[in-house]
Design a protein around this ligand. Structure first.
Ligand code: AHR
Length: 677
């Protein structure tokens, strides 16, 4: 009897779902796109990227140096290095400051042994191991010098996780002076967790510094180039801009720990490392070995932006350390010590303003200018055409506004066309947000940076956020956002389809309001699977492989189908975007001669739609649909299944200006229909 009841119940459930589906199929939702009434041009940089060195995004990620702490300059000088144990013949080693390479680079490794042996040396562990590929080439280099004794050379060995040799080289001819030695290593096998072993030959003392192992296969085959699979993933997003270097890293835990662009340019070997502010931020994702080498510094950043066709958008410190940490403030003064409570040599706001002006000159100045000459000397005589900068990261309160104002004034005075990004703080609403917005609009700020990390449903519910924003000269930069499956920055958060689909829904609202929202970027961008602090992230990687999350492919569909002119789109009966979990936006792509309609069906049932192209003429016969769909809202890509859910292209017939299409359950669809008017 009970079994019969269950069967009946199950049958009626199926029937209800089928009926709902049939109902939706039977009566297509009619949407109207006003093809002949474009609202405004789509901003050139609408969808872009946010880069921050969090989750090992730079060292251990995009910046492919394999040696951790190559110069022994990190305050814990042997971090990443281990003396060989067991049959070690090493008598002593110390990090010495005796006649260093330079006054600023005054630590190096001094090895002494009186008995030659195969274990007289050190290993470097890399960044959670070193990823090396069979047959690929890696340039080993070291600064070395011979001390007392008869050290004849240096053995360089790449070995696998079990100690198996993968590649070796031999350095000879050490002299009593510091000299650079190089060798090329070609591993005989691929390994994700290799390590570098350096041992001395003979007895006596040898000094080692600036130890590097760098892949030859970099983006553009540059010597200090970036990891190519990761750059390719960025480029494939067709990003409009590249925000850098963050994020809270701009601010630092203290002002001393802030990001200082001048320390990140010039000779790579001379750049001083600094503790990464994410090192100890999250107790449950503690990464005490997290430092910044700045091998990927401001020059490499500008070059990357140029390579991927993105407008550079540097975010600069406004004289404020992270307000979640020390909240230290630089005094507002015109000279060191003036109006300042602190010591005479502490930086005042002027220091920060000058840094910004100098950065603009570094990017755009002629090669004859002071900072332009530094750029030219690094190999880029042509300007980088910097058009915008951000003043402060995620700052709030009166302390911010009173620093922003003179800062912005000084930049505009010298560079009137420079576009400035200001901050609305960490929260997208509330008193601080409202006050900042009001004041920044009053100051006619070019862009206000709004951040939202919230649960997936917030994104769907707030699709209309910008519908009633005032259309003033001040535009919005949605500078950091991501749907959080469990809660803000919770370690259990997942890059799942529910979050990505909700972001897609929200982004239809951004696209519909692109006359007020000029830029938007998902955050954070990168994460190492073995070394992350924050999740979710757009792209994940290990030492060898990488993949785009389902959120990544949503961003890609928007980036690649941005179009050139915003078109009005109406839901059935003039309903609000998102009614009945149907979301839509539309643009014209005047270059391709196509109408592009984006549709999100956040519902477990298929949905028939009829897209009525009002004012359309000369339509082609076949359209292309780019579809991401999954019945399971928990679907995720991974290193094992990197393309589990990606856009699939299908063709559909265009029989006239009323285009019929059936949206799959839980789907994001981009319809590209040939013909404009
Ligand atoms: O994206 C991670 C962090 O979130 C950023 O560093 C900060 O700006 C925001 O709070």
């Amino acid at each position: 009897m009970r079994i019969v009841q269950i069967l009946l119940a199950a049958t009626s459930l199926v029937t209800a779902a089928q009926l709902a589906a049939q109902a939706q199929m039977a009566a297509p939702a009619v949407l109207t796109v006003q093809v002949n009434k474009p609202i405004a041009p789509v901003p050139q940089h609408l969808f872009g990227l946010f880069f921050e060195d969090i989750n090992f995004a730079a060292d251990g990620g995009l910046y492919p140096e394999l040696v951790k702490n190559k110069s022994f300059e990190i305050d814990s000088h042997l971090l990443g290095w281990k003396a060989l144990k067991g049959a070690a013949e090493l008598e002593s080693y110390l990090v010495s400051s005796d006649r260093p390479i330079s006054a600023s680079k005054n630590h190096f490794l001094r090895l002494s042994t009186s008995k030659a042996g195969p274990d007289a040396g050190f290993v470097n562990e890399g960044f959670r191991g070193m990823g090396v590929k069979e047959g690929a080439e890696y340039t080993f280099s070291v600064m070395a010098r011979r001390g007392p004794g008869s050290i004849t050379g240096l053995n360089v060995q790449l070995e696998g996780p079990k100690g198996e040799p993968l590649a070796q080289a031999h350095i000879t001819g050490l002299s009593g002076e510091w000299q650079k030695y190089t060798a090329v290593l070609r591993p005989t096998a691929t390994a994700a967790k290799a390590r570098l072993k350096l041992t001395v030959e003979g007895t006596g003392t040898a000094d080692l510094d600036v130890v590097s192992l760098f892949p030859k296969d970099t983006w553009g085959k540059r010597e200090n180039g970036l990891r190519p699979d990761l750059v390719q993933l960025l480029k494939d997003l067709k990003p409009g801009f590249l925000r850098f270097p963050g994020g809270c890293i701009v601010e630092g835990m203290t002002l001393d720990n802030r990001y200082q662009w001048k320390e990140t340019i010039g000779d790579v070997a001379a750049r001083q490392p600094m503790i990464n502010r994410w090192n100890k931020e999250f107790r449950n994702r503690y990464t005490p070995d997290y430092y910044q080498s700045f091998g990927l510094g401001f020059f490499e950043y500008f070059q990357l932006a140029e390579d991927i066709g993105a407008e550079p958008l540097p975010i600069l410190n406004v004289g404020m350390a992270c307000q979640y940490n020390s909240a230290e403030l630089a005094p507002i003064g015109t000279a060191k010590g003036l109006n300042a409570a602190g010591p005479a040599d502490e930086p005042t706001l002027d220091t920060f303003i000058q840094d910004a002006l100098d950065l603009i000159e570094f990017a755009n100045g002629p090669a004859s200018s002071r900072w332009g000459a530094r750029r030219a000397a690094m190999g880029h005589p042509a300007p980088f055409k910097l058009k915008m900068i951000g003043i402060g990261n995620e700052q709030w309160g009166p302390q911010y506004l009173e620093r922003y104002e003179p800062f912005a004034r000084a930049v505009k005075a010298k560079y009137p066309t420079m576009q400035l990004v200001s901050s609305a703080g960490p929260s997208p609403n509330g008193e601080l947000f409202d006050k900042a917005t009001l004041k920044l609009r009053e100051l006619k700020a070019d862009f206000i940076d709004e951040h939202y990390y919230a649960k997936a449903d917030w994104f769907r519910q707030n699709v209309g956020r910008y519908d009633n924003y005032p259309r003033t000269a001040t535009k919005i930069f949605a500078g950091e956002y991501a749907a959080q499956s469990e809660g803000i920055a919770r370690t259990e958060n997942k890059n799942n389809w529910d979050c990505a689909l909700s972001e897609a829904a929200f982004m239809t609202g951004l696209e519909r309001n692109a006359d007020v929202v000029a830029m938007a970027s998902y955050a954070p961008l990168f994460a190492h699977v073995d070394a992350w602090q924050w999740t979710p992230n757009l792209i994940w990687f290990d030492n060898l492989n990488s993949y785009g999350t389902v959120n990544y492919y949503v961003q890609q569909l928007f980036g690649q189908n941005k179009g050139t002119a915003m078109l009005p789109v109406q839901l059935p009966n003039g309903a609000k975007n998102g009614t009945d979990n149907l979301f839509a936006s539309a643009v014209a792509d005047e270059t391709a001669g196509e109408i592009v309609v984006k549709l999100v069906n956040y519902s477990p049932a298929p949905r028939a739609v009829q897209v009525s192209l009002a004012g359309a003429k000369k339509l082609g016969k076949t359209g292309r649909a780019l579809v991401m769909a999954s019945d399971d809202l928990n679907t995720q890509n991974s290193l094992q299944e990197p393309r589990k859910l990606t856009p699939q292209e299908v063709k559909f017939a265009v029989k006239g200006p009323a285009v019929s299409y059936t949206l799959a359950p839980n789907s994001f669809t981009v319809l590209r229909i040939p013909g404009r008017k």
